[in-house]
Design a binder for this molecule. Structure first.
Ligand code: MRU
Length: 350
């Protein structure tokens, strides 16, 4: 199967008398095995979100939308009252704090609970459909913008961080969708995929998606990114986002802000590609974004083996915030905004 056709999150209708489930590509098993994990309870779903079985802001959003349906089905089996159902939906909504898509999607679907399971599922399906459409639109807008802005006689060399592909979304991808589009136009020379410590979404997932498509790429250590940029080996960096504050400050996978600083120094574009559902105008600035702090073991161990001294403590923020002033352009499904700090609300994203 081409990685373009991957569907990270799908609802599985129950056979007569059976239990419906949410089927997730188990992203912890990639790149070695492509397998799915079927979850039937809220606890299982939350565990899957926390362990990054399903991950990436839009994919977590989709899982949250279907999570409302999952809670309703479990509640019907177990005889929950409405207060219990609402509490379980609230637990899904809070499973990870940084990507706004999770909260947005749960809040979009939950008001339909009284209308019944088919209405809830129809809304969750619409979220997935709209995200897929948005990603294809972003791919085209982003590729057009880059080809105009980075006028080179040769195909482009693009750096990216984390995984923003089909696995992280309803399909195709955001930043990786732009990269796919450049490749399909014959305008991509290579991709520098940062490995993305500590959980290796770049080395495991982005590289896997690129390999599936035969897209030329290098995996590099995160610490190599600034040097690769400053040596002139990169034409532009493009990344996704977990939450974009009203002033353009952008939360994304930890390590992103260093790439933005290197791009600014080198004078090359630093581009964010994200659907408008990732823009959170209720959050004024990046310092208001809740950055998820993950377990210390993720940085103190390697493959389950302790690498740091027993006395060491780990600091493991999963995301960082890039100041809006460092974002050259924001690619959305509505077009490309050349962002200056403080200007997002005035350019029609409300
Ligand atoms: O911790 P993760 O793997 O969920 O982090 C994902 C990212 O930071 C992505 O860049 C972001 O969600 C955009 S995905 C289109």
């Amino acid at each position: 199967m081409s990685s373009q056709d991957l569907r990270a999150v799908t609802w599985t209708v129950a056979a007569e008398g059976g239990t419906p489930s949410l089927s997730l590509i188990d992203q912890t098993a990639l790149p070695h095995t492509l397998e799915r994990l079927d979850v039937t309870t809220v606890d299982q779903l939350i565990d899957a979100i926390v362990r990054l079985v399903v991950r990436g802001a839009p994919a977590i959003g989709a899982a949250g939308g279907y999570g409302v349906a999952l809670a309703m089905a479990q509640g019907a089996r177990e005889g929950w009252d409405r207060a219990r159902l609402d509490a379980e939906v609230a637990r899904v909504r809070a499973a990870r704090p940084t990507a706004v898509n999770l909260m947005v999607c749960v809040d979009r679907v939950a008001p339909l609970i009284d209308a019944g399971l088919p209405a809830v599922l129809a809304e969750a399906d619409a979220i997935v459909r709209e995200d897929l459409e948005a990603n294809h639109a972003m791919g085209a807008f982003g590729a057009d913008w880059l080809l105009k802005r980075v006028s080179q006689d040769r195909p482009l060399r693009i750096l990216t961080h984390c995984n923003t592909g089909a696995l992280a979304t309803a399909g195709w991808g955001t930043a990786l969708g732009v990269i796919r589009e450049l490749h399909s136009r014959g305008r991509l020379e290579t991709v520098y995929a940062d490995e993305t410590r500590p959980l290796l979404q770049g080395a495991r997932l982005t590289a896997w998606e690129l390999a599936q498509e035969g897209i030329p790429h290098f995996v590099q250590a995160d610490g190599a990114a600034a040097g690769t940029i400053l040596r002139g080996e990169v034409d532009a960096a493009i990344v996704g986002a977990d939450r974009i504050a009203g002033n353009g400050d952008t939360a994304n996978k930890v390590g992103t802000v260093g790439i933005a600083l290197a791009c600014a120094y080198a004078g090359i574009p630093f581009v964010v590609a994200a659907p408008t559902t990732t823009v959170d105008l209720a959050t004024a600035t990046g310092s208001d974004i809740h950055i998820e702090l993950r377990g210390e073991d993720e940085v103190l161990e390697w493959a389950g083996v302790r690498t740091a001294p027993a006395e060491s403590r780990g600091h493991n923020p999963a995301f960082d915030v890039t100041p809006g002033a460092l974002v050259t352009a924001l690619v959305t499904e509505r077009g490309v905004l050349e962002v200056a700090a403080g200007e997002l609300p005035s350019v029609g994203l409300s």
